[in-house]
Design a protein around this ligand. Structure first.
Ligand SMILES: NC(=O)c1ccc[n+]([C@@H]2O[C@H](COP(=O)([O-])OP(=O)(O)OC[C@H]3O[C@@H](n4cnc5c(N)ncnc54)[C@H](O)[C@@H]3O)[C@@H](O)[C@H]2O)c1
Length: 693
């Protein structure tokens, strides 16, 4: 009935019409798909010989969502709403046949169908909230009617999909088809004969149900507008007639789409994908599959790093200097798994399975057959050089040799081997089994296959990789150091730790610099300053007073026994006031807006310097680092996106002023920042023109 090569085809099998969407790779709802569906539905509707319709997709998945390349462009008719209307008005039953993932607009399309069948490993979800929007084609109105309010709210506000089994149990799917999907769906269509009314499971359990749901959500998804709006939309489903509910959904959708948060979240969606591309390392570069890994050192980082491999079934050998250190390190790993199992994060029987994949030893010979070695011993150049020289003599010729150093020169470490092309930095963040970011530090001599293999490995162990260059602190910590210096200056001038931290938690960070310092331990920074011969009068004074942070129940804050809640401490205030006095500073209150500028603008400035020096490939890569590694609120896109939203002219002006006021050369606006400010441009624009060139 239709010609070959079309995106949507209609064929007839007995009395059943089969509409097949074929728009690789994920059958996104592009304009071509929408027009094809509309035409196919109209043709099937007019065909007397057709009594029911199956809507199915070719390739690897059912419609997996909107076409992201159409984002931000005006919608060309027919829109999804027109197709949904055609299906709902059809006098012939329409059955969605789902395999792969029915996501976003794909699931909204399936929800409009009168019935849904799915293969056992199919998944259904509405991930729009992750882009700062909500399902805008009836998803918030139809899903709760089909599966009930509680599950619909969870799915829509989390964006996470459910599997076919749960979909069957909750009524989202009418039948799970174990055999061939098309055959099964046609058989189902022959059986059902007629359309059915939408189900209605909209019972509101108690009058405060939506209010309570929103307040829980406000804590869990702090600062985000979209999850709250999702609840409003579902509430409309429960309290308004269907048509008015749809209208309300549309209003909320339009408001979110035009807002700054969704703009930032959609920007970030692309930033994350872009970070995988390395211009001079093409996609077809030979990649080494890591079948067996080794980690040197079972301390804080080594243990966490080893867990990443065990979690995905890759055997990992952990080498320690002494049996005692090994036992302690692997003991911590086991305890972490036990805690995770007790909280329902994994099955209890998996603890032993994962531990069995982690082999502890004090014999370096045990790494001879591994494809990758990650060194995570003390931050000491002489020690790291000694270890890399040793690895050079033992590791397979084609093994990747990685260091987890946070501050040391990866090129100098590589030079301790006869194969610097095999050496790379894999900078994990603490806790290494939890934090998603992986800075991949490319040395001067690191080979392209080693870069490509490291990027691929990151995906395997479910990390978010960003390629960076060798410089002090790489990208993330280098910018963090700017914030740290200015945070200390704020204390000296008149602010208190909780006032500074509050500004950043209000901004959307999970914690401020001082609470973070207490968590990491104030001895960490003190040791770095000792090694570098630098000073931070307040941080030093706290260290000297034996205040090391949470581990001593006292740091910038006071901690009650067994609690991690930071409480302002009069002793700290006294220490701070004393330091200000010694330095001859007359303390005065600092407005919150100024605190924010003085913490964030220096980071942006450092980001600009990082770009000038080409230590990051793109401004958006810096944003990926800050969102995944440091808790920058995703709805503000990252520091460089945020800078663009403020305007670089203002940022450059303020930095100049602060540089003069504090006589601080590091605060002088970077050349790139000045140039873009002069030209009235932003980092995104600069990045786009660099890409085009
Ligand atoms: N802690 C963090 O937040 C963090 C974050 C990123 C990177 N790093 C980096 O990771 C590395 C390790 O840091 P950490 O916090 O895990 O330190 P740690 O002190 O907790 O652990 C280091 C471990 O290395 C072991 N070790 C020492 N010499 C060894 C040798 N010759 N052979 C085998 N094992 C040896 C020690 O026994 C100890 O268990 C450092 O380079 C650090 O800069 C740390």
């Amino acid at each position: 009935m239709t010609e070959a090569g079309q995106i949507v085809t209609l064929e007839r099998v007995g009395a059943i019409g089969v509409l097949t969407v074929n728009n690789p790779p994920v059958n996104a709802l592009s304009h071509g798909v929408r027009s094809g569906l509309k035409a196919g539905l109209d043709a099937a509707g007019a065909d007397q010989a057709i009594s029911g319709l199956v809507l199915i997709c070719a390739g690897r998945t059912f419609v997996a969502g909107a076409d992201i390349t159409e984002f931000g462009k005006p919608m060309k008719e027919p829109g999804l709403a027109a197709i949904i209307e055609t299906i709902e008005n059809s006098s012939k039953p329409v059955i969605a046949a789902i395999h792969g993932t029915a996501l976003g607009g794909g699931l909204e399309l399936a929800l409009a169908c009168h019935y849904r069948v799915a293969v056992p490993d199919a998944r259904c979800g509405l991930p729009e909230v992750k882009l700062g929007i909500l399902p805008g084609a009836g998803g918030t109105q139809r899903l709760p009617r089909v599966v009930g309010l509680a599950l619909a709210l969870d799915m829509i506000t989390s964006g996470d999909p459910i599997g076919a089994k749960q979909a069957r149990e909750t009524g989202l799917v009418d039948e799970v088809i174990a055999g061939d999907l098309k055959t099964g769906a046609i058989a189902f269509a022959e059986k059902v004969v007629r359309v059915r009314e939408m189900s209605d499971k909209l019972k509101v359990p108690d009058p405060d149900f939506f209010k309570n749901y929103k307040s829980t959500l406000a804590k869990r998804r702090r600062g985000l507008e979209a999850p709250q709006a999702c609840v409003d939309a579902v509430e409309a489903a429960a309290t308004l007639p269907f048509d008015q509910g749809l209208k309300r959904e549309r209003e909320l959708f339009t408001r979110l789409l035009g807002g700054e948060q969704s703009k930032a979240q959609r920007y970030f969606f692309f930033a994350e994908r872009e970070a995988n591309k390395i211009p001079d390392v093409p996609g077809d570069t030979a990649v080494k599959t890591i079948r067996k890994a080794a980690v040197i050192g079972a301390g804080t980082m080594g243990g966490g790093i080893a867990m990443n491999f065990a979690n995905v079934g890759i055997p990992v050998t952990v080498v320690e200097a002494t049996q005692a250190a090994l036992d302690r390190g692997l003991g911590v790993v086991r305890r972490n798994y036990e805690i995770s199992a007790s909280r329902g994060g994994m099955a209890a029987e998996d603890i032993d399975k994962r531990m069995a994949l982690i082999k502890g030893t004090t014999d370096y010979g045990a790494i001879a057959d591994t494809d990758l070695v990650i060194e995570a011993v003390f931050e000491d150049m002489a020690l790291k050089k000694e270890i890399f020289a040793k690895l050079d003599g033992i590791a397979k010729p084609d093994a990747v040799l990685a260091t987890n150093t946070s501050t040391l020169d990866v090129n100098a470490i590589a030079a301790a081997t006869k194969r610097p092309e095999s050496v790379i930095g894999l900078h994990f963040f603490s806790p290494a089994n939890v934090m998603r970011l992986l800075e991949i530090v490319r040395g001067a001599k690191t080979s392209k296959p080693v870069v490509a293999s490291s990027m691929a490995l990151a995906k395997t162990i479910r990390k978010v990789p960003v390629l960076v260059g060798v410089c002090d602190g790489f990208v993330g910590n280098r910018m963090l150091a700017q914030r740290g210096r200015e945070a200390e200056r704020l204390l000296i001038e008149g602010a208190l730790p909780h006032q500074v931290d509050k500004v950043l938690t209000d901004f959307g960070f999970p914690m401020g610099p001082f609470a973070m310092g207490d968590l990491a331990g104030l001895d960490v920074g003190w040791r770095v300053r000792q090694a570098r011969g630098t000073k931070a009068p307040i941080a030093d004074a706290l260290y000297e007073a034996g205040r090391l942070g949470q581990k001593t129940s006292a740091g910038y804050y006071h901690y009650e026994p067994g609690s991690r809640a930071p409480l302002p401490d009069p002793d700290v205030e006294r220490i701070i006031i004393e330091v200000s006095k010694q330095l001859g500073v007359a303390r005065k209150p600092i407005p919150e807006a100024e605190i924010l500028e003085r913490l964030v603008y220096p980071m942006i400035n450092e980001g600009a310097k990082i770009l000038e020096e080409r230590m990051a490939l793109r401004a958006s890569d810096i944003d990926v680092i800050w969102v995944y590694g440091y808790g920058w609120p995703i709805y503000r896109g990252g520091p460089m996106h945020y800078a663009d939203s403020i305007g670089l002219k203002k940022i450059a002006e303020r930095l100049s002023e602060y540089a003069d006021r504090f006589n601080e050369p590091a605060l002088k606006p970077a050349a790139l920042l000045q140039q873009l400010a002069r030209e009235g441009r932003g980092f995104a624009d600069w990045q786009a023109s660099a890409k085009a060139a």
